[in-house]
Every structure is written in structure tokens, then in C-alpha cells.
Design a protein around this ligand. Structure first.
Ligand SMILES: [Zn+2]
Length: 328
């Protein structure tokens, strides 16, 4: 039996202990190399692109640069997801490593215990890491001529607590007994390729998005749900009736369902109720983890750090607790 990837030495290239032992200067140097790859870590002015900057430390001694061309001050995190960070950079690198190591998802509460953060600070940080992961999915299309993709939908959120006494119980399947928060996560997953999730009111509302994000010429696998029927006019379709079999004549959506089993485990095991404004972020996290499940923890940490450096300041959190929640 082949060894599980996570047990192999290839999966383990970064030790958290080494990250936590880094000095401030070492953590800063690591972020500089990740942010300014083209100049091997030499500062590049985020305002004008100038390459000539000199150290202009803050009064408290922390590193800051001044651009010779436009005279603006900047740091390694200016204009990134970690701009105006409060903690030492080492903690952010450690948070990314912890988040990547926990392959089924990391709860904010556990992260707050690991790093000695308040729950709110850990919640915001974990969501910023999901925002970084989402950066990789921006503008993605999957499939192409001769390629195979699978689509599937899963419903999340809108949990209605069952009443204790039987006479008060409601049929939670009925539309008027639902609270409108129930949303469909729809996943497109290329076989042996990348995935892409999005959130809709229902599976049927996802059709225009699916047509835009799956390249023409792709063979699309879907289950028997009538919501997908309209896609036959656009793609060569293979349908699998799950009441009869999980795979028949090459048609199956097992890869798409793996994504949902990952997301359900994260929901049940760590986050309990994932819904509303943050549902898309959890889906994007599950997608990133699924696509990179065979990438070593060191490379994953570098990838997420690089995405955080690439992405501008958080759109979900702008330094204030739950202000401006957007999910785009
Ligand atoms: Zn400049």
C-alpha cells in the first residue's frame, strides 16, 4: 500500500518550532523575500515602484523604509493583507504554518490558544488567511478541450433548532420554516486539476457562473438533479443517478463530493455553523486545501504568505471588528 502523503517526509518541510525561534529580523527577512521576489528581497516602493529606498525606522525602532523617488514611507506589509499589523511578523508566519498544518481546518478558538491571541483577533486573522487563499482563485477558469470536470452543490447554514417538545416541532424542510440563510455552495472541480467554489441561493442560480468558469469543450459530470439540465445546451454532459450508482459508464462526481466531505468535516469538527457572509470564505479555504493537499507544509506556508503579500488590505476586515463585511 502506498504511503499516505501526509506521512511522507515530502509533506513535512517546515517545523513550527523553527518559525517560533526566528528573531524579528529573520521573520522580516523571510517576508521581504516572499514579497519582493523580483529583487531578491530588496524593498520596492508600493506607491511608485521605486527601487531606491533607505531605512527610516519608526521612533520605536521597528523597520521602515523611505522611497528616494517619492519620499513616502513604507514597510514590508504596507498595502498588503497584513498592513497595520499589531503583532511581531513571526507570529503571522507561525499562524500561517499552524493554519496550513491543520489540514482539515483550524478553529479560531484553537488558534487563539496557540498564539495567545484574543478570540476576536484570532477570528480576524484566520479569515485574513482565508482571504489570502481566495486570492489564488481570482479569475480562475477550469477545464478545456478534452478535459473532464465535475460539478456539485451542497447546502449550508440556516440551521433551525428543533423544539424540545414534540408538539412544538416544525417540519424544517418546508420553505416557510426556513430562515433564508440557507445557501448553496457550488463546486466546479477539474479531474486531476483545480477547483473553484461559489455561493448561491440555490444550485439553479449557479448556471451562468458555471458557463463562464468552465472552458468550452470540457466534458461535465453532474448528478441527476434537474437544476443542471440547462447545461446540456453548452457542454457534453455525463449524468450519474446517485439513487442507482456512484459511478456508471465513466460518469461520477466523486471528486466534487470529496470537496464537500472536507467542508462538512470542517463545519462539524471546527466551525460548527458556517453560514452567511463568511460561507464563501470557508468554501474558498476548502478549495485551496483540496487543490494543494499534496504540497508540503513549507511550500503551502510560503504560498499563503505570498498570497497575503499580493492581496491588498483586507476587504472583509479593515482594522475593525466585522466592519464592511463583503464576500466578493
Ligand atoms: Zn516611491
Amino acid at each position: 500500500m502506498p504511503q499516505h502523503f501526509l506521512l511522507s517526509s515530502k509533506a513535512k518541510t517546515l517545523r513550527l518550532a523553527d518559525v517560533l525561534r526566528m528573531s524579528d529580523a529573520e521573520a522580516e527577512a523571510a517576508f521581504k523575500k516572499i514579497r519582493w521576489t523580483d529583487t531578491q528581497g530588496e524593498p520596492v516602493c508600493p506607491s511608485c515602484g521605486g527601487l531606491d529606498a533607505y531605512p527610516n525606522p519608526r521612533p520605536n525602532g521597528s523597520t521602515r523604509y523611505r522611497c528616494k523617488a517619492c519620499t513616502k514611507d513604507f514597510t514590508v506589509t504596507s498595502g498588503t493583507l497584513f498592513s497595520s499589523h499589531k503583532r511581531p511578523l513571526r507570529d503571522y508566519l507561525a499562524a500561517i504554518a499552524i493554519f496550513c498544518n491543520e489540514v482539515k481546518g483550524k478553529s479560531a478558538l484553537a488558534l487563539s490558544r496557540d498564539l495567545g491571541l484574543s478570540y476576536k483577533a484570532a477570528f480576524v486573522l484566520a479569515h485574513k488567511l482565508r482571504e489570502a487563499m481566495a486570492e489564488e482563485l481570482r479569475g480562475r477558469t477550469v477545464g478545456g478541450a478534452g478535459k473532464v470536470a465535475e460539478i456539485d452543490g451542497g447546502y449550508f447554514g440556516g440551521y433551525i433548532k428543533p423544539a424540545n417538545h414534540v408538539e412544538n416541532r416544525r417540519d424544517r424542510r418546508l420553505a416557510f420554516n426556513q430562515n433564508g440563510k440557507r445557501k448553496a455552495v457550488v463546486i466546479i472541480r477539474e479531474r486531476d486539476g483545480k477547483s473553484l467554489p461559489a455561493v448561491f441561493k440555490s444550485e439553479g442560480a449557479a448556471l451562468a457562473w458555471i458557463k463562464k468558469r468552465i472552458q468550452p469543450g470540457t466534458i461535465v459530470n453532474a448528478d441527476e438533479a434537474p437544476s443542471w439540465n440547462d447545461l446540456h445546451s453548452r457542454f457534453e454532459m455525463r449524468r450519474i443517478d446517485h439513487s442507482k450508482a456512484y459511478s456508471a459508464e465513466g460518469a461520477c462526481t466523486n471528486n466534487a463530493e470529496e470537496f464537500f466531505s472536507r467542508m462538512r468535516r470542517a463545519e462539524i469538527g471546527h466551525h460548527h455553523h458556517i453560514s452567511g457572509a463568511y460561507l464563501l470564505r470557508y468554501a474558498q479555504e476548502a478549495s485551496f486545501r483540496e487543490d494543494n493537499r499534496r504540497v508540503s507544509n513549507g511550500d503551502q506556508t510560503r504560498m499563503v504568505a505570498a498570497l497575503a503579500m499580493k492581496r491588498g488590505p483586507s476587504v472583509d476586515f479593515s482594522g475593525y471588528w466585522q466592519r464592511h463585511v463583503k464576500t466578493a
